[in-house]
Design a protein around this ligand. Structure first.
Ligand code: ATP
Ligand code: MG
Length: 316
């Protein structure tokens, strides 16, 4: 999915280089020690050292040629398989997007048609339908926004503006913005983040990381649950822990939870306005900030996310 050119050595070439290095070491030993270890390296006295060396070089050249061809074929196969996988993922993604767009669009059409086709509909009823239409339109906007964020990270990460971001202040804002929702579910949000967590990053993506995690805890952890956020400073990055003591995610779902559109209880998640893009955005944003993220069960219950954010971002 990432169109950035890959300057790393391919697997095939790594193998080829390894074998060639072994040969080079062999030839060096042969030249350096031919007088000292004649018996070990050259058991046939009648063949001169130089003939044997030339013969070895010829064998090396033929082997190098064969290995090079094999490595090229191997790389071609790997990139063909990768291209097929990417195509399959793109097709699935388009299908998922179409599917997710269909539901709110169908609702909007249904509600507005009902109002238009029934001029005698009561004011109360028509207001109810307009409110529902509005919330479906909001859902569509959020979905399109998420898709656009992921697209930006996939195809134009270099265009993302990186600046000095105070993560402690950013999270304090999120705590305020979500206070009503947290209270409404009798939840507690414990913010143990130290002051002045500064990273070089994209403010909107960093906001998305923490906002998605808080929103998820609010939506899924359950009434009365407790959410804790903490961070430890390391020389080059910050190590964050975000955990709740709610219902958690069964272990078998955890490896796939960062995939786009992956939801555990599709019906329940969709009722809560979820499309399954939140954690995909979180993961991509963390990677883009030179970090990584893992998910595990919290003790004694709930979910724990551990992730790092590099102090100096790699994206620019
Ligand atoms: P979106 O975030 O795009 O609106 P979503 O919340 O369904 O939709 P994700 O944020 O990717 O998508 O979460 C994927 C799924 O993981 C959710 O549907 C939910 O089932 C589960 N989940 C996420 N966070 C928690 C949590 N803190 N506790 C329990 N389940 C969770
Ligand atoms: Mg979510």
């Amino acid at each position: 999915m990432n169109p950035k050119p890959n300057h790393k050595l391919t697997e095939g070439h790594k193998m080829w280089l390894t074998v060639m290095s072994v040969f080079a070491v062999y030839a060096t030993i042969f030249i350096l020690f031919e007088d000292y270890d004649r018996k070990f390296l050259m058991p046939f006295d009648e063949v001169s050292d130089w003939h044997l060396l030339l013969f070895s070089l010829a064998v090396m050249a033929v082997l190098a040629f064969l290995l090079f061809r094999y490595a090229r074929r191997m790389d071609e196969r790997i990139s063909r398989e990768q291209a097929e996988k990417e195509n399959r993922m793109r097709r699935e993604l388009t299908q998922n997007i179409a599917h997710e767009l269909k539901t709110p669009v169908a609702s909007i059409l249904g509600y507005t048609e009902t109002i238009l086709d029934n001029p005698a509909i009561s004011d109360d009823m028509s207001r109810q339908f307009i409110v529902r239409t509005h919330s479906q339109a909001q859902r569509l906007t959020a979905l399109l926004q998420d898709i656009s964020t992921l697209n930006k990270m996939d195809y134009a990460p270099d265009l993302l503006k990186m600046e000095r971001v105070d993560v402690s202040a950013l999270f304090a804002d999120i705590v305020q913005e979500t206070a009503l929702a947290i209270d409404a579910r009798q939840m507690t949000l414990r913010n143990y983040l130290p002051q002045d967590i500064i990273v070089q990053g994209n403010p909107s993506l960093l906001y998305s990381i923490f906002r998605n995690l808080v929103d998820n805890a609010v939506s899924y952890a359950g009434r009365g649950s407790v959410v804790e956020v903490s961070a430890v400073e390391q020389p080059h990055h910050w190590q964050f822990t975000f955990k709740d003591n709610g219902i958690g995610i069964p272990a078998e779902h955890q490896p796939r939870i960062f995939e786009r559109f992956y939801r555990i209880d599709k019906g329940r998640s969709r009722d809560m306005g979820g499309t399954g893009l939140g954690l995909a955005i979180v993961k991509n944003a963390v990677l883009l900030h030179g970090g990584n993220i893992t998910i595990s069960n919290a003790e004694p219950s709930g979910l724990k996310f551990e992730f790092t954010l590099s102090k100096k971002s790699q994206a620019q």
